[in-house]
Design a protein around this ligand. Sequence first.
Ligand code: S6P
Ligand code: ZN
Length: 191
Amino acid sequence: MAEYKKPFGVKIDLETGVIPGAKKLVRKLSDLKGYFADENAYSELLKDDPVVYEVYAIEQEEKDGDLNFATTVLYPGKVGKEFFFTKGHYHAKADRAEVYYALKGKGGMLLQTPEGRAEWIPMEPGTVVYVPPYWAHRTVNTGNEPFIFLALYPADAGHDYGSIKEKGFSKLVIEEGGEVRVIDNPRWKSD
Ligand code: S6P
Ligand code: ZN
């Protein structure tokens, strides 16, 4: 017989992104060593070691069929010309998809196949992004206030950070002349 969990509702604070009762994770600049293109700018900013993003997650046991959800509060800032971003990951179960819903601020999502084919999707409050199976995904704050969004993902998706940590994305999201630009990553090498 099925085991019935108790349904529940929670209210996301739409100003701060906080989900009451959620597990909180904090990522500071020091947790993102090697991720940004401009290493001198990174070292300089590391003296302050700002918080880059926080995640509030309500997660279930890693079982097929169940769902997790989490908000992310991605702070505004840049390392050199490159906007603050989340680490980015594939799912450990690579065929697991995900949906994002933007709540506050301005940003976008960089997605990439393992071969390095990239897509950039701008996001503002109300934007829903479908992350298909097999695509790595990273969010980027291109605005001046916290960029807050909700993510819904299978409970058994897991995270695979390794390849993005090593190789990054094939594109960088930078500010140039007051504009948001998506450019080729000069350090990107396909296998
Ligand atoms: C989980 C989902 C998000 C991210 C969060 C932080 O599948 O995609 O909740 O975990 O935005 O990003 P990252 O890349 O550090 O996990
Ligand atoms: Zn994910």
